[in-house]
Design a protein. Structure first.
Length: 300
């Protein structure tokens, strides 16, 4: 597999901050998202690379390994563990094939040579080869708020492998779930690592979410606020008709029980929808309307 420079993929340099990485990722993810580029294989490939780059660089620990070991970053833990257990000082297994390790790698050789010799059939000392657990993978999945209103199945591509997962309704922005055994391959028969998926939920333009509760603003005219009446409210999935009490003040809040967002992993349980009334004051009055308001003000 050709080496992919994740910094170039996101269009940032190696001094980029966590905020720079997040900003670059979100901008590119929206640009190349499959929903925005249907049937565009190049955009799909680019989107996968952007996600892979973000998986690594947005995780401080993985980013450190990537900066030090490059394309071999997934094997960094095994490398360090092997170095610790085997006590590399002047060679491997007493064979004298490698020189002392330094912060930039083995002097006189490179990491690939070391890894092949240590785990891939190079010179051995006859001792039992240690097993190592595979690298954990971290992925970020960007979805719209409406995407997580119901449970759904998706196929993700992580490090070139397709993984089918079920996304439970009600997941929250920033929430991370673990998919056991879908990380990197173990070494020498060791167990696979796990896959950690963090959700990046794009807010809805109309609804504000707080846990399982939703919040929306509804404009009503002055006459309905004063005299009372009815108004049709858009909930997240349908429309409902509400009665507006006479004398309703600007900022009045009403609750629609059970019309909010599904509660995570709690079947058939929903939060509430809170509607805040915004009273619209007329700005262009006819002469007749102005006279009527003047009369009303004198009655007060």
């Amino acid at each position: 597999m050709d080496f992919i420079d994740y910094y170039k993929v996101l269009g940032i340099d190696k001094t980029a901050t966590a905020a720079d990485i997040k900003k670059a990722y979100r901008k590119l993810a929206r640009k190349y998202h499959p929903d925005t580029n249907p049937n565009d294989e190049e955009a799909k490939k680019k989107f996968q690379q952007i996600n892979e780059a973000n998986e690594v660089l947005s995780n401080p620990e993985n980013r450190k390994k990537y900066d030090e070991y490059g394309e071999h970053w997934q094997h960094a833990d095994a490398y360090e563990e092997a170095k610790k257990q085997r006590g590399y000082q002047s060679g491997f297994g007493g064979g004298g094939a490698y020189q002392q390790y330094s912060s930039s790698g083995f002097e006189g050789t490179d990491f690939s040579d070391f890894f092949n010799a240590a785990f891939g059939g190079g010179r051995r000392s006859g001792r039992q080869t240690a097993q190592f657990r595979g690298q954990d993978f971290n992925a970020t999945l960007q979805l719209n708020l409406r995407d997580v209103y119901t449970s759904q199945k998706q196929v993700l591509t992580v490090n070139g492998k397709k993984i089918r997962i079920t996304i439970p309704a009600g997941v929250e922005n920033g929430q991370t779930i673990k998919i056991k055994g879908h990380g990197g391959e173990g070494l020498n028969g060791g167990p696979k690592g796990d896959l950690y998926i963090t959700f990046d939920i794009i807010p809805d333009i109309n609804f504000k979410r707080d846990g399982a509760n939703l919040y929306i603003e509804q404009t009503i005219d002055l006459y309905t606020a004063v005299l009372g009446g009815e108004v049709v409210i858009d909930t997240f999935v349908d429309k409902v008709k509400l009665k507006v009490k006479s004398g309703t003040q600007n900022g009045t809040k009403v609750r629609l029980k059970g019309k909010g967002f599904p509660k995570y992993k709690k079947e058939d349980q929903f939060g509430d929808l809170y509607v805040t009334y915004k009273v619209s004051i007329p700005t262009r009055l006819t002469e007749e309307e102005r006279d009527l308001f003047t009369k009303l003000s004198k009655l007060k």
